[in-house]
Design a protein around this ligand. Structure first.
Ligand code: ZN
Length: 281
């Protein structure tokens, strides 16, 4: 009977570097969301994962060490996980049962899925109260901090109510930061709300005022629901709301998606910089 030693290391990977305080998941309790279990079989081991979170995530499994054991799947294993289902991610076959076997799984995960295609027809609601209008200070590919990003900045004074632009589940909230300014090093100090949509894309609302977020993680939200009040925290050139929608591209990195909004012109349109847009409803 071979001796078995294995180590399970769980860690949470970060979103890609982001100019507008994209959330990092480091402080989210990974054990609360994804459970990894190992089961001994006649020929080796099976590694199971279960998503205990409120919405779909994509797990990525790698191995830092494999001794006297072969993984049957192609590595890395990237797999979407719907909540509450136990999924066998990896099957390991022991090569020689008389020798010591060692394996060291490294599991990371992110909210959402790599979509085959985002619904480009989806028309987002403007994320503020009806009747109000705000200027777009930076749109897609904006020169200040949106280079290479499909993101929108609404130029709004601190304390403006921020509303949900698309229904989903709140998966990450940050609300304790105080300061902001036009320095990249402040990127991590922004307050934000991240909402997971039904199609696996993620809406990101940034720069909320300190203690200005009124929703909590795991809360379901609908279009028009109050998310909190805008502010000027993180990497900003002044008070505004940053909004963007992202999808996973390989299980670990996100990319922004071009989106359109319902505006006062009665159409679904791509917002342009320096123009005012009024909430039509
Ligand atoms: Zn922005």
């Amino acid at each position: 009977m071979g001796k078995i030693s294995w180590i399970i290391v769980l860690f949470v990977s970060l979103f890609v570097a982001h100019p507008a305080s994209m959330p990092t998941m480091a402080e989210t309790g990974v054990e609360d969301v994804i459970h990894l279990r190992t089961r001994k079989t006649r020929t080796g081991f099976e590694l199971y994962v279960k998503n205990n979170g409120p919405g779909i995530v994509t797990a990525t499994l790698r191995f830092a060490r494999l001794r006297n054991v072969t993984v049957q799947q192609k590595l890395p294993i990237i797999h979407p996980l719907t909540p509450n289902r136990l999924v066998c991610l990896a099957t390991l076959t022991v090569t020689d049962s008389s020798l010591e076997t060692e394996f060291d799984p490294r599991l990371t995960w992110e909210w959402g899925t790599a979509l085959p295609q985002h619904d480009d027809e989806y028309s987002y609601s403007l994320p503020f109260r009806r009747g109000l209008q705000f200027r777009v200070s930076q749109a897609f590919n904006g020169f200040f901090s949106h280079h290479g990003r499909y993101a929108i900045d609404f130029d709004m004074p601190e304390g403006t109510r921020v509303l949900c632009a698309r229904s989903g589940t709140v998966v990450h909230v940050e609300s304790h930061h105080k300061i902001g300014g036009p320095e990249r090093k402040l990127t991590e100090l922004g307050n934000f709300v991240t909402i997971l949509h039904a199609d696996g894309s993620v809406g990101h609302y940034a720069h909320f005022k300190e203690d200005g977020v009124t929703v909590r993680e795991n809360q379901k939200v609908k279009v028009g629901d109050d998310l909190g009040i805008s502010g000027n925290t993180g990497f900003t050139a002044g008070p505004h709301l940053h909004f963007e929608v992202l999808k996973l591209i390989d299980g670990q990195r996100y990319t922004t998606i071009p989106i359109r909004f319902k505006t006062h012109l009665g159409i679904s349109e791509t917002l342009k910089p320096r123009r005012f847009y009024r909430h039509p409803e």
